[in-house]
Design a binder for this molecule. Sequence first.
Ligand SMILES: [Fe+2]
Length: 315
Amino acid sequence: MLADHIFADFQPRHAQLFGRHIINLGHRLHESPLFTDDALARLLENAPRSSYHVNTMDPTTHDPRTRREGDIVGLSGKEVLEAVRQGRIWILFQNPGEADKAYDEMPADIYAGFEARVPGLKTFRHKMSILVSSPKVQVYYHADAPGQTLWQVRGVKRVYVYPGTAPFLPQDRIEKIILGEAHEISLDYQSWFDDYAKVIDLEPGQMLHWPLNWPHRIVNHDCLNVSFTTEHWTSSLRAAYLVKYANGVLRRYMPSARLSESVDGPAAWAKFGLAGFVKMSGLQAKRRQRFTIDFRVDPLAPLGVRNIDAYALQK
Ligand SMILES: [Fe+2]
């Protein structure tokens, strides 16, 4: 699909808002043949184990401790979709291009479209993930390291986006996420945070982009949801990332210091150097994630979830 056909209502003002404020715009990617039931069923059958996560959780409360990891074994793609439609399951495909190269064209087109509309924008390291999720399931309160955009394809989800500063995002918490020392959903959440959130019911053909690292959480309406996220970096996002990375390293030695997040001037340049050195040196070990898999997707089981003997999966 040509980049010119992706955006339905991008106005010049959105170029000024991009990256600085929340923007909620129309798109046409929900009409793509890559998101039909047949296409998603093929993706489910062809995705290697390393490229998907399947979760279930208690949809009645915000409690990350109820979130479980599962697997998909011996089912057709259509059977998995049926389990998602009837159950309480959330599936994430992290590299759909591994199963079908056609998916790789989508983020390239999207960012070409953004760059054509936002003067001076130059993005790199694009990534796309596809989410297929059950009625009412949720994604708990979290913050992501790269620039993020959420695109709605089918169903409706309520998205809460919170300001990217304390108390919603304490500096030391985002540093730990960036250093790989904490999971994204480890952020503390209080229900009163919602009074300060922008709340959007995202419908098919709508996208949402928010400023770097702003926390968010998502609750599906009572319907099957198909969505995807795109991630990107720019030189200024990268600079902000490196400063937070260096601040996280420095905070170990001066836990109560007020560390500037400025990306300009000699202090920032020193932090770029420190972050680069720590990254290159291997002093900060990359977190290898170990998951406990304790359920299997089963369209015949209640909520599409059958308990199995737990086993460990290293990713
Ligand atoms: Fe996110």
